[in-house]
Design a protein around this ligand. Structure first.
Ligand code: SAM
Length: 462
């Protein structure tokens, strides 16, 4: 085992090598290097080049590992134990429309008095929340009590006017058709609904009545909703249309965790499918991903399948975002319960993204079986989700992931946080497991596509 000094130096070297690689790639594309002060919400294409993604993952993992190694452990554990306060402050920023209020102020920012006027909050309390966020690199405090947007805070800007948001008080429920900037979608869901579910998770998995349960109606979410219903049965109730919109927008928003257009990866083989081939998006949500496929490959037909209430939102989403496909009939919408036989047999592709992880294994296998039964000899089933890798070097799965360089955790630690957070969200919300490591039932061609940290797209070796 390397000495502590060597470890520290190895981490520093990894940081330095990663910065070199990132700098070279950005310079080669004449792109300015990332800056915390930038308020451009988009990332340049170079950020998604495989070498840059890998260097960014190594950099992130090395920086956090170095910090956790050196900073006093009492401080570190206090910070981990109180992480929910950061989420609470982010929720305050969202509900006070702070990012929108600051949009036109530019670098000089606004005094907190002028930010606070879009909600009933007291300026002093808002200043404390924004300062907490600014100390975590979300917003900038450019002078005492004067805040400006930055690289992170623009991600919670809906693009709407703060004055309008104040009068509507509808920020959390933008319609799916007029989807907010992709990046916004997940934050309200995470800082409110998921926040409450997380608070109920420990008591749920320690309660002898629910500890051994794998049933959706025993998940922690039921202690938040007060109804013994699985999350989707609860969401589909007419009186939950507000949360259904929040949820569907969150699904649009999780796109931000992917490499853009990840779904178009050439290994999936969209362009080689014959003209008129049918692609079924099973449990599509509003069909964010099949829409990207339909837009890039006009020779394909798409069938969007989901529960009835979501299908109605999907129609609006497509009418707004790809009207040509709707008017030409290239996209069809079908209400469908994926525990029942699929009405579309022999489609070229059945794809199912971030959905299998919503269900305990028994139900997950039923969903996969229905797809396999609808498929014919030439169909292909594409499942997209996170692959959960152990943090140690010894790997138990058949997935061929290259481990992170020593002395990093093999799974890149904090750089892979999205996958592990998603797993815990699945536990609390669905009593499910965010993993596609179990073998699916027999079907002709099954691809399991990993969306881990955007680093890899691979299929298991078996
Ligand atoms: C986590 S979302 C994923 C949505 C979409 N695939 C995506 O990647 O954005 C899971 C979807 O499963 C749908 N769903 C839940 N139960 C279903 C059922 N029994 N039959 C069909 N769809 C269902 C939900 O309405 C929701 O849209």
């Amino acid at each position: 085992m390397a000495s502590p000094t060597t470890h520290l130096r190895q981490l520093v070297n990894l940081i330095s090598e990663s910065v070199d690689k990132i700098e070279q790639a950005y310079n080669a594309r004449s792109e300015p290097l990332p800056s915390l002060e930038s308020t451009d919400p988009r990332l340049p294409e170079v950020a998604f080049e495989p070498d840059v993604l890998k260097a960014t993952a190594a950099l992130t993992a090395a920086c956090t590992q170095l910090q956790h190694t050196v900073q006093p452990q009492t401080t570190q554990i206090f910070h981990s134990a109180s992480a929910h306060h950061l989420s609470a402050c982010l929720n305050v920023a969202i509900r006070t429309h702070a990012a929108e209020a600051l949009r036109s102020a530019g670098d000089k920012g606004l005094h907190v008095r002028d930010i606070a006027k879009f909600s009933p909050i007291q300026p002093e309390k808002l200043a404390r929340c924004l300062r907490m966020l600014a100390s975590h690199y979300i917003f900038r405090e450019v002078a005492p009590d004067v805040f400006a947007n930055n690289r992170l805070s623009v991600q919670i800007d809906t693009g709407k006017d703060a004055e309008i948001l104040r009068s509507q008080d509808l920020k959390a429920v933008p319609s799916c058709a007029h989807a907010p900037p992709l990046t916004f979608g997940f934050s309200p869901c995470s800082t409110e609904f998921q926040f409450n579910i997380a608070a109920k998770l420990p008591e749920t998995i320690l309660d002898p009545h629910t500890a051994d349960s794998t049933s959706v109606d025993n998940a922690a979410v039921t202690r938040v909703t007060g109804q013994k219903l699985g999350m989707f049965d609860w969401l589909m109730q007419p009186e939950q249309s507000k949360y259904r919109s929040i949820f569907n927008n969150a699904m649009v928003g999780v796109e931000m965790y992917n490499v853009p257009e990840f779904i178009l990866h050439e290994d999936i083989g969209w362009k080689n499918l014959p003209a008129g081939s049918v692609v079924v998006d099973v449990a599509a949500g509003v069909g964010t991903h099949s829409l990207i496929v339909a837009r890039a490959h006009p020779h394909l037909r798409v069938i969007v399948e989901d529960l009835p209430a979501t299908i109605e939102q999907a129609k609006d989403y497509w009418k707004t975002n790809l009207p040509e496909a709707v008017s030409s009939g290239r996209v069809e919408f079908q209400s469908y319960d994926f525990f029942q036989p699929n009405a579309v047999n022999g489609a070229a592709v059945y794809f199912c993204r971030q959905t299998i992880h919503n269900w305990p294994d028994k139900e997950a296998v039923q969903i996969l079986k229905q797809m396999a039964e609808a498929a014919d000899e030439s169909s292909r089933i594409v499942i997209i989700g996170h692959v959960m890798l152990p943090a140690c070097r010894e790997q138990s799965s058949s997935w061929s992931f290259e481990p992170a360089p020593e002395p990093l955790l093999a799974n890149y630690g904090m750089a892979s946080r999205t996958a592990y957070v998603t797993d815990i969200i699945m536990m609390g919300t669905f009593n499910a497991v965010s993993s596609i490591s179990y073998p699916p039932p027999r079907a002709n061609h099954i691809s399991l596509v990993s969306s881990n940290n955007g680093r890899a797209l691979s299929t298991p070796s078996s």
